[in-house]
Design a protein around this ligand. Structure first.
Ligand SMILES: [Zn+2]
Ligand SMILES: [Zn+2]
Length: 228
């Protein structure tokens, strides 16, 4: 199924929006309890995510980078650039996000050398960071096939099935009458790229007629089959 580049860009924007949304939730988990230190049987201290500066910065940076991915997705017009730019940026955001709870978990907590237990907040932080990878990876995994949309303009809409008869050829023409236009797109012709039907003498841009012949196999004007 052919999808227009506009639809693909819309999809990237939606995915970038999802990453940014999860990134915002990820930042909110900083306000949850991440770890409880048990000093003795009655004294406990609960640490929130934002209390660990490195995690605070990494989570916020992750969210901001995802926001940048969202901005990039809304300003890109080329789908291939958008795919790699938005996808890679979102992935960097997700990586920053996951480093935040991992840093606290594997570096800050062991350094405390105190008994304690992990709280729901650090799991939520991990979970939201992992969730950010899904839309980010989806952007990168989106296959892009460069397809040229057929240039169909009136009055050739709904061409009938090609009639089998003697084939015509397309020849390159240099002598173009002033003001001559392409039989497909109605734009002015130029000597570099003009082709003419050997039967009906209608002239076309090479790009226009190539697409047309690939799709229909006939001259759009006289409807005779074209040999390539
Ligand atoms: Zn044309
Ligand atoms: Zn023709």
């Amino acid at each position: 199924m052919a999808v227009s580049s506009q639809a693909v860009l819309g999809r990237f924007f939606k995915l970038a929006l999802i990453v940014t949304g999860i990134g915002a939730i990820h930042i909110l988990t900083l306000f949850m309890s991440w770890y409880t230190v048990v000093s003795d049987t009655i004294t406990t201290t609960t640490i929130q995510g934002y209390a660990i500066a490195e995690s605070l910065y990494m989570s916020i940076a992750g969210g901001i980078v995802c926001g940048i991915a969202l901005i990039l997705s809304s300003t890109s017009s080329n789908i291939i650039t958008a795919k790699w730019l938005v996808g890679a940026t979102a992935l960097v955001g997700a990586l920053l996000a996951i480093t935040s709870p991992a840093y606290t978990h594997f570096i800050v907590i062991p350094a405390l050398q105190a008994k304690g237990y992990l709280e729901i907040g650090i799991f939520m932080s991990y979970f939201s960071a992992i969730a950010m990878f899904v839309p980010a990876a989806t952007i990168i995994a989106t296959p892009i096939r460069v397809e040229v949309a057929p240039h169909v303009g009136p009055p050739y809409l709904g061409t009938s099935a090609p009639i089998v008869e003697e084939a015509v050829e397309l020849t390159h023409v240099i002598d173009i009458p002033p003001g001559a236009i392409c039989g497909i797109c109605y734009q002015e012709l130029d000597p570099e790229t003009t082709m003419m039907c050997s039967n009906c003498q209608t002239m076309f841009h090479k790009g226009c007629i190539d697409i047309w012949v690939n799709l229909n196999g006939t001259c759009p004007s006289c409807k005779k089959p074209v040999v390539r």
